[in-house]
Design a protein around this ligand. Structure first.
Ligand code: ADP
Ligand code: MG
Length: 256
């Protein structure tokens, strides 16, 4: 059965999409079967996986509205080595359309059930909000990966997310846990980043992943080529860090 993870943080621009597509590509590289789900109407993870969001016939929107199955909507990203359940602007309407529907938080979970055995990992790129879309992700996940920059307000921003996860665990998904905090865009030359990094480890212990993703311009350039950095420039420091992170995730699965 697939292990499902949300990449979530209600702040924008912290590296959620970068983490999702690069972890997906890196897991594929080390032999894992991966489905990447884009739950952000911006469709950045879709585009960043070499799938044109404007050309999607159907998207995750149709899955949430139950007018199509995952098997009908997913596409293969041959260059990236994983499957994509894409998103585009249609998805921004889903929030409103689902609001008075039954089982509205459980739609994605129910839709994924038939394809569970086809994957080792399902990764879900969440929008920068704690919305119904994010709730759909959290309801079907075993765990949450939280990418964060080691900045001054980093810890403060975590409180809302941790509270939401606690509520989801109490009401909708008893299995849900924070798998870990991923330090991303890290620059060891900046003293403040080192300090926040130490604070994080003090506070969250082994919930902080060992792997650190450095700030690396190749990771930022890759999306404009419609590729994850791991595929665009495998030798880049950031790409190698994501492969190390994929191995760390596979290793942690044994102890989950
Ligand atoms: P989010 O999905 O949380 O909004 P993104 O993944 O889109 O965040 O990242 C925000 C910006 O930071 C993007 O322009 C991305 O290319 C850049 N970025 C992310 N990670 C790195 C990194 N490790 N090094 C350099 N730039 C990065
Ligand atoms: Mg994003």
């Amino acid at each position: 059965m697939a292990r499902t993870f949300c990449i979530a943080n209600q702040k924008g621009g912290v590296g959620k999409t970068t983490t999702t597509v690069n972890l997906a590509a890196a897991l594929a590289k080390v032999g894992q079967r991966v489905l990447m789900i884009d739950l952000d109407p911006q469709g950045n993870a879709t585009m960043g996986s070499g799938v044109d969001k404007r050309e999607l016939r159907q998207s995750v929107y149709d899955v949430l509205l139950e007018s199509a199955s995952v098997a009908q909507v997913r596409v293969v990203s041959a260059t990236c080595g994983y499957h994509v359940l894409g998103a585009n602007r249609d998805l921004s309407g889903a929030e409103v359309e689902l609001v008075d529907q039954p089982r509205r938080e459980q739609r994605l979970k129910e839709a994924l059930a038939p394809v569970q055995d086809e994957y080792d990992f399902v990764l879900i790129d969440c929008p920068p909000s704690l919305s119904l879309l994010t709730l759909n992700g959290l309801c079907c996940a075993h765990g949450v990966i939280v990418p964060m920059q080691c900045e001054y307000f980093a810890l403060e921003g975590l409180t809302d997310l941790v509270n939401t996860i606690r509520q989801v665990r109490a009401n909708l998904n008893a299995d849900l846990q924070v798998i870990g905090l991923l330090r991303i865009m890290f620059d060891p030359r900046i003293t403040l980043q080192q300090q926040v990094s130490e604070q994080l480890k003090g506070h969250f212990g082994d919930k902080v992943f060992d792997t650190v993703i450095p700030r690396n311009v190749r990771l930022a350039e890759a999306p404009s080529y419609g590729l994850p950095g791991v595929v665009f420039d495998p030798a880049a420091k950031g790409s190698q860090a994501f492969v190390a992170f994929a191995r760390e995730m596979v290793g942690r699965m044994g102890s989950m």
